[in-house]
Design a protein around this ligand. Structure first.
Ligand SMILES: O=C(O)CCC(=O)C(=O)O
Ligand SMILES: [Fe+2]
Length: 300
């Protein structure tokens, strides 16, 4: 099984496994020190798999109704087809409704992650209301970037949590972290005051193929065979992207990413409230996921 980005094979020697933080050790470890040192926390099986399954099936059922998934819908197999735009006149409203399901929100904005994040920050934390649920079909991947240009307008104390809702082996396009990248000073400098919605002449995407990027910097791409319920937490300067979903079984990758910050820090109104505008102000319609599964993605 191969890792691929943009149709190009990623050689195995560039790939290394993420180091696990064991659930039993969470109590004892200084989690913020680990993030400071490694740039991430990898937490297998942090969310109850039954809860994940319920949330996933709700999403899959909706995608099946618009003919994007084959029967039986719970397998999550992409049909290659979509009637999303015939059924829903407003893509953003549709994706917002999917993103608002109680079963999903119990995971993303529920007690487990909130408590964990509070432990990491050392003070009460809050999850952003605007979340990034991603249903990813074949041929798609997320370009390398760091999250600072999106989420640090009002506070720098922000962490991303990426959650797996399906099995994501290497050919299904898991997330990867560039090892040691949270300490790449040139990148930190380049993106320190960058705001993707203000500095429109610049992109958040690091437009270098991950193979070249890792080779040039003599580093590795860290990833894992993710299972439903696994989570990965990382800071705003950690460079990450995803491999391409090129799975022969045509199963989609379902993940959701959400940001957390201390409750006491000023909130960016774009990401909080009942009708958050998101990064650009266009709401949930700005997300690639709001596009029918058979449509190409934009690059930010
Ligand atoms: O899942 C993806 O495709 C990208 C995730 C990401 O960039 C993030 O969680 O910050
Ligand atoms: Fe990201």
């Amino acid at each position: 099984m191969n890792a691929v980005v943009d149709g190009k094979r990623v050689p195995n020697f560039l790939i290394r496994k993420l180091e696990k933080t064991k659930k039993n050790n969470i109590k004892d470890e200084n989690l913020s020190d680990i993030i400071e040192k490694k740039g991430y926390l990898y937490l297998p099986n942090i969310i109850d798999t039954k809860k994940i399954e319920t949330a996933r099936n709700e999403v899959f059922k909706k995608l099946h109704e618009i003919k994007e998934l084959n029967d039986p819908f719970h397998e999550g197999i992409f049909s290659g087809y979509s009637i999303r735009d015939h059924v829903y006149s407003d893509r953003g409203a549709f994706w917002k409704s999917i993103s608002s399901s109680k079963s999903l929100r119990e995971i993303t904005n529920g007690a487990i992650l909130e408590n964990l994040m509070s432990k990491i920050f050392g003070k009460p934390a809050i999850g952003y209301d605007f979340i990034f649920l991603r249903a990813v079909a074949g041929g798609k991947f997320t370009h390398m970037h760091c999250d600072s240009g999106f989420f640090t307008r009002t506070t720098k104390q922000v962490l991303t949590c990426w959650i797996a809702f399906t099995e994501i082996t290497i050919e299904k396009g898991p997330l990867f972290i560039v090892e040691g990248s949270h300490k790449f000073d040139d990148i930190k400098k380049e993106f320190l005051d960058f705001d993707v919605a203000i500095h429109k002449d610049k992109k958040a995407t690091i437009d270098i193929h991950p193979v070249k990027f890792a080779e040039d910097r003599n580093t590795k791409l860290l990833t894992a065979d993710f299972n439903p319920g696994d989570a990965l937490i990382f800071g705003m300067h950690t460079i990450h992207g995803t491999f391409e979903n090129h799975a022969k079984d045509k199963k989609i990758r379902l993940t959701c990413d959400i940001r957390f910050q201390p409750k006491s820090e000023p909130k960016d109104p774009r990401y909080f409230g009942l009708n958050p505008g998101g990064t650009t102000g266009a709401g949930y319609s700005e997300l690639n996921s709001a596009r029918p599964l058979n449509e190409d993605w934009h690059i930010r």
